[in-house]
Design a binder for this molecule. Sequence first.
Ligand SMILES: C=CC1=C(C)c2cc3[nH]c(cc4nc(cc5[nH]c(cc1n2)c(C)c5CCC(=O)O)C(CCC(=O)O)=C4C)c(C)c3C=C
Ligand code: FE2
Ligand code: FE2
Length: 339
Amino acid sequence: MLPADHPTIPAPRVGVLLINLGTPDSADTRAVRRYLAEFLSDRRVVELPKIAWQPILRGIVLTTRPKKSAHAYRQVWSEAGSPLAAVTRAQSAALRGAFGDGVLVDWAMRYGNPAIADRLAAMKAAGCERILLAPLYPQYCAATTATANDKAFAALAQWRWQPAIRTLPPYHDDPAYIAALAARVGEGLDALDFAPDALIASFHGMPQRTLERGDPYHCHCQKTARLLGEALRERLAGRPLTVAFQSRFGSAKWLGPATDTTLEAMPGQGVRKVAVVAPGFSADCLETLEELAIRGRESFLAAGGTHFAYLPCLNDSPQGVDMLRTILSRELEGWVARG
Ligand SMILES: C=CC1=C(C)c2cc3[nH]c(cc4nc(cc5[nH]c(cc1n2)c(C)c5CCC(=O)O)C(CCC(=O)O)=C4C)c(C)c3C=C
Ligand SMILES: [Fe+2]
Ligand SMILES: [Fe+2]
C-alpha cells in the first residue's frame, strides 16, 4: 500500500511517438507567419549565426513569405486541416493497438501543434516509462531527424523521472520501406491511362554544404532511389528513374538537379510523359500536393509535356501502415513481446 501522501503511479506502459515536421494551425497569413518564425529560427534548419540570420528572417522573410505560403496552403487545405497533420494523425490512428495493449501510439510535430513536449507529458501521465521517438523521415538529415530528437530531449531535460528512450533510425534502405514504395508506385502506375517516358523521384532539397559537412541525407536519398529503381526494374523496362531535389530555399547552392528545372527541361529532351513520386515524404503535404502536383504539372505542361502524374506518398495506405508496423515493431524488440 502506498502512503496517503505518495504521488499516484500509473501501470507501466510503452509509448511510440510518431513525429513529423509541423504545419501551420490554419492557412491564414498570421498562422503561417507564426509557423515559419518557429521553423526558420531553428539553427538545425538555417545554420547561420543568430545575430546574422534573425534580422534577415524578421525584416525580409517573415514580411514577404507568409502571404505567398498561405496562398499555397489554401490550395491544399481540406476539411481535415493541413494534409500533413491529417495524414500523420491517420497513421497514428491506424497503428493504435498494433503493438499490443500496453503500447500507446501518439503523434506530434517538431514545429507547431501537437507539440512534442505536450504529447510526451501525456505519455508520461499515461504511465509510459519507455518511449520510442519515431521521426518519420526515411533519409536521415540533421534539419529533420536530429532536430526532432533534440526537441524531445529538450523537453525531457525538464523532467525529474525520465523514461527510457529509443529513437527510430533512418530507414532509407530498409527492405520493408523499399517494398512498400515499390508496391505503392506500381499501384499508381497501374492506375494511369498513359505509360510515362520517365519516373522522377523528387526528394526535398538541402544546402549543398550540408553534404560537404557530413550529413548523410544526399547519400540516403540516392540509395533509396537506386533500390527503388531495382525493385521496379521490370515495371520500368529500361525507362529512367531520375533523382531530383525540390523546394529550394534561400540563395546558397542546393543539392541538384532541381526538380522544377528537370521538369521544364524534359519535354525538350523528348520526355513528354512523366510520373513523379516523392519517396522522402512519409505524408503528402504542401511540398508534394502544391509544389509537385500543381506547380510541377503546370510547368511541365507549359514546357511542352503532354502527360503528367503525381503518385501519392505512402501516407496511411495499407502498404505505408504495414511498413511502419514492421520497422517500429523491430525497434520495440525487448520492450514488448513480439506479436
Ligand atoms: C522531408 C524532408 C525535409 C527536409 C530535408 C527539409 C529541409 C528544409 N526545408 C526548408 C524550408 C521549408 N520547408 C517547408 C515545408 C516542408 N518541408 C518538409 C520536409 C523537409 N524539409 C515538409 C514535410 C514540409 C511541408 C510542411 C507542410 O505544412 O505541409 C517550408 C514551409 C512552406 C513554405 O513556405 O515553402 C519551408 C520554408 C529548409 C530551409 C530546409 C533545409 C535547410
Ligand atoms: Fe522543408
Ligand atoms: Fe552522396
